[in-house]
Design a protein around this ligand. Structure first.
Ligand code: AMP
Ligand code: ZN
Length: 111
């Protein structure tokens, strides 16, 4: 997808601090962390919105959450973590390539 910053990160065209990668997803550090640990889990397939889920993408999203759970200790998230997906601009979505925010590394307040 042209001009999509996360597609460019997936393609290695712009740098990111990657902490995990497999054939269908990458996890890298958020450039403006909102918690002590703030990572983004991004599918390699471009689609913009949570509302564009179909059966295949829902299964991919489940695998992303399974992967995060499996490697949580390596990511420093053994005490717990919060997953957030912003759907649409009113919810604060600024990058139109689906991503899961992973927040942790400290006691998180509920806002
Ligand atoms: P959202 O507001 O849910 O669309 O989240 C987009 C997130 O991407 C924000 O938390 C940004 O800080 C983060 N972000 C934007 N550009 C980059 C980048 N080049 N590398 C890492 N994180 C980024
Ligand atoms: Zn993209």
């Amino acid at each position: 997808m042209e001009n999509c910053i996360f597609c460019k990160i997936v393609a290695g065209e712009i740098p990111a601090h990657k902490v995990y990668e497999n054939d269908e997803m990458i996890i890298f550090k958020d450039i403006e962390p909102k918690a002590k640990i703030h990572l983004l889990c991004v599918p390699k397939e471009h689609f913009a919105y949570l509302t564009e889920l179909n059966e295949d993408r829902a299964a991919l999203l489940a695998r992303m959450m399974e992967t995060i759970a499996r490697i949580k200790d390596e990511l420093g998230l053994e005490d717990g973590y919060r997953l957030v997906i912003n759907q649409g601009e009113a919810a604060g979505q600024t990058v139109h390539h689906l991503h899961i925010h992973i927040l942790g590394g400290e006691k998180l307040d509920w806002e």
